[in-house]
Design a protein around this ligand. Structure first.
Ligand code: ADP
Ligand code: MG
Length: 237
């Protein structure tokens, strides 16, 4: 399988007044096309910083982020946004849905940037909301749905354009155990069906068992990488 995401000497330092916070020290990592990688680590270890950087949501202090031969760190804000709209889906811990829009509108919104006509957008969004079991909630606003339902809307939003890469930052962090497994099954099932590359951040070792590779992050560094042979054998990597 081909390399899809390459990180070279990635460093991120935040400045808070006089204080310097080294969120990422020196990260080197390659993720292959179709791989499912879990970034595992305790709170404050740098997981979200790393994910946001790969998704083009933040710029590194130093180092390279190369996706499909594009250098994200060299792109303008406008070009990164375009690249993200075309290639990347993102699931946030706190859902980040637009409160004034219905489930259907939240899911179809991202397709406008891809130039999909309205009737097709609505059909794709409706089909995707059916996939996540929300066919009876198409016109509900986020405040009219449970946490698990809101997260399923945000999953539908991330997957509706069939992006090459899906990032998820603690997607089950606000959910109960039963809903956690339902949501994990949905995310991993769709990514597998469409051969997408999936990168999930978590501090929960129960979630990391789903992944091909588990990258343990500690104090802004990669501490170790564990390969999950059983899961690898099931797939086609
Ligand atoms: P994790 O997702 O593993 O909990 P983060 O990547 O959010 O960790 O944070 C890593 C470190 O960087 C933490 O010490 C955090 O306080 C710091 N940090 C994250 N974002 C910012 C920011 N915008 N400004 C200053 N410090 C930040
Ligand atoms: Mg985080």
């Amino acid at each position: 399988m081909k390399d899809l995401i390459v990180l070279k000497n990635l460093r991120k330092v935040y400045r808070m007044g006089d204080e310097k916070i080294v969120a990422l020290n020196d990260i080197n990592l390659t993720i292959r096309d179709g791989e499912f990688v879990c970034l595992l680590g305790t709170s404050g270890s740098g997981k979200s910083t790393l994910l946001n950087m790969m998704a083009g949501l933040e710029k590194p202090t130093r180092g390279e982020i190369i996706i499909k031969n594009h250098h994200l760190e060299k792109m303008s804000e406008k070009d990164v946004t375009k690249f993200r709209q075309l290639n990347i889906g993102f699931v946030f811990q706190s859902y980040n849905l637009i409160p004034t829009l219905s489930a259907l509108e939240n899911v179809s919104l991202g397709l406008t940037f891809k130039g999909v006509p309205k009737a097709k957008r609505d059909k794709m969004a409706t089909d995707m909301l059916k996939n996540v079991g929300l066919e009876k909630r198409l016109h509900h606003k986020p405040s009219e749905m449970s946490g698990g339902q809101q997260q399923r809307v945000s999953i539908a939003r991330a997957f509706v354009g069939k992006p090459r890469i899906v990032f998820a930052d603690e997607p089950t962090g606000n959910l109960d155990t039963k809903t956690t497994f339902e949501v994990m099954d949905l995310i991993t099932g769709m990514a597998k069906e469409w051969n997408q590359t999936l990168i999930i951040v978590t501090h929960d070792t129960e979630i990391s068992v789903y992944a091909h590779r588990v990258v343990s992050i500690r104090d802004g560094n990669i501490e170790k990488i564990t390969i999950n042979e059983d899961i690898l054998k099931e797939g086609n990597l």
